[in-house]
Design a protein around this ligand. Structure first.
Ligand code: FAD
Length: 430
């Protein structure tokens, strides 16, 4: 019997699931992709509004107007679907959106997407038939734009709802005393309104650094406050670094970790996002869903007790599209039984052992889903077990080159253009 798969979200991850299911129609029925907005692309759909949509749901995308990709298209692409070769390596967000629309068209995914439809609940249901092993099916309840609710049954569910939508705001004692504007990068769209203002940007990862540079360009005085080693590369004029903000004093002034005190018009939190899956009951799945961690997940995808529910793209600091592509192929190999999983107890043990090892190495709980260097071996392992082609070594080497360029020239690295010349080599082009 063909398996019925529900996909939550039509961003890059959900589209990737649909694309691979549609190429395996001997084992799977065409997927049902639920998408709460009226567009594909998720994160890459720029929306000038902030706050909520007309239907009152919170806005999903955290995209800002002038964002350019921080990965070159040569490594960012799905390995089986290149970007237009005429484009530069680093792209404005509109080009990524166009790319995802093209992907959708090429694999004829559009007819399988139910737009303006929000998944409200996903529940496992035990099912036993006479001639089969007991297995789980899933009841998925969704509601469309006219509020009509529908519950349908699926054999598996792919959670592709993204994790850059729910702002993480660290607890800062006295923040209620701050007299200026407080916002999170989720609600940042462009720099002009901050011209001439003093802005303390909290956090210096990708968004913190990029937004600081945008703000400085329009004449804001930026204090980039972070707990990382002080950056030694030149920052543009208008940006100074400081230690983390530890409190806001009663008079509204800001206290930093090194004891200094400052004033600002704006506090801009570039402090990342929380995991939130309002349609899942973690306890029922044996999974703890915390702000910064979802665990245990076998191979960073499946709750051990429910290996027909898959989280795609949950890890941080990865090369997203290639990573999704590996996870999806692995997950489908599990579903069509070309991969046999260990027992539930063994999967649980393995995840707990890995978590324990990381904590013993000093990894903080909120960083347990950060993959960074381990992502390549992870993808390699998925490919080996499920028998699909591994990522070409050039993806890693160019990714690492760009990573280094970004650290040294955060303002200028996007001017470079690259060309892949083989599976193992790239070159810099004029
Ligand atoms: C500011 C910013 C810059 C980035 N820059 C880069 C970059 O340069 N290069 C790169 O490779 N990656 C970048 N990323 C990472 C980016 O998030 C991933 O590349 C990728 O787009 C994530 O895709 P996704 O499908 O997992 O999630 P999303 O793109 O977030 O898609 C999730 C989809 O699920 C839908 N959805 C959510 N909940 C429900 C529900 N209950 N029911 C139905 N639908 C639902 C949403 O509407 C959305 O369409 C960036 C991220 C951000 C936030």
């Amino acid at each position: 019997m063909l398996q019925r798969v529900a996909v939550i979200g039509a961003g890059a991850a959900g589209l990737c699931v649909a694309r691979h299911i549609l190429s395996r129609l001997n084992s799977f029925a065409p997927p049902v992709v639920f998408e709460l907005t009226d567009k594909v692309g998720g994160t890459w759909c720029y929306d000038e509004r902030v706050g909520t949509y007309d239907n009152g749901l919170p806005l999903h995308s955290s995209m800002y107007r002038d964002l350019k990709t921080n990965l070159p298209k040569e490594v960012m692409m799905f390995p089986d679907y290149p970007f237009d070769p005429k484009l530069n390596s680093f792209l404005p967000h509109q080009e990524v959106q166009r790319y995802l629309e093209g992907y959708c068209q090429s694999y004829n995914i559009l007819p399988h997407i139910r737009f303006n439809t929000v998944v409200e609940s996903v529940k496992p249901v035990g099912m036993t038939t006479e001639d089969e092993e007991p297995r789980t099916t899933w009841k998925v309840t969704s509601s469309d734009s006219s509020g009509r609710q529908k519950t349908e049954t699926f054999d598996s569910v792919f959670v592709c709802s993204g994790h850059y939508s729910h702002p993480h705001i660290p607890d800062i004692p006295g923040i209620e005393n701050f007299k200026g504007k407080v916002l999170h990068s989720h609600a940042y769209r462009y720099a002009e309104p901050f011209s001439g203002q003093s802005v303390v940007v909290l956090g210096a990862k990708a968004s913190g650094l990029d937004i600081s540079i945008e703000l400085a360009k329009v004449g804001a005085q930026v204090t980039l406050s972070h707990g990382r080693p002080r950056f030694t590369f030149p920052l543009p004029p208008g940006i100074q670094q400081s230690s983390p903000v530890v409190a806001v004093n009663e008079d509204g002034s800001i206290r930093f970790q090194d004891g200094s005190v400052g004033a600002a018009d704006v506090l801009m939190f570039c402090t990342g996002y929380n995991f939130k899956y309002p349609f899942l009951d973690g306890a029922e799945l044996g999974v703890k869903i915390q702000d910064q961690l979802v665990s245990p997940l076998y191979r960073f995808m499946m709750p051990p007790a429910f290996p027909s529910l898959f989280f795609i793209g949950i890890c941080k600091m990865i090369c997203p599209f290639p990573n999704f592509n590996c996870q999806v192929q692995f997950a489908l190999a599990v579903l069509d039984s070309s991969v046999t999983l260990p027992s539930v107890a063994q999967m649980e043990d393995e995840v707990q052992r890995e978590l324990k090892e990381k904590m013993e190495q000093g990894v903080q709980q909120r960083h347990l889903l950060v993959m960074e260097q381990n992502q390549w071996e992870y993808c390699q392992t998925l490919a080996r077990i499920a028998g699909f082609p591994p990522l070409a070594p050039v993806v890693r080497s160019l990714y690492e080159e760009v990573w280094w360029q970004r650290r040294v020239h955060p303002e200028n690295y996007r001017r470079l253009n690259y060309k892949l010349i083989s599976d193992t080599q790239w070159e810099l082009i004029e």
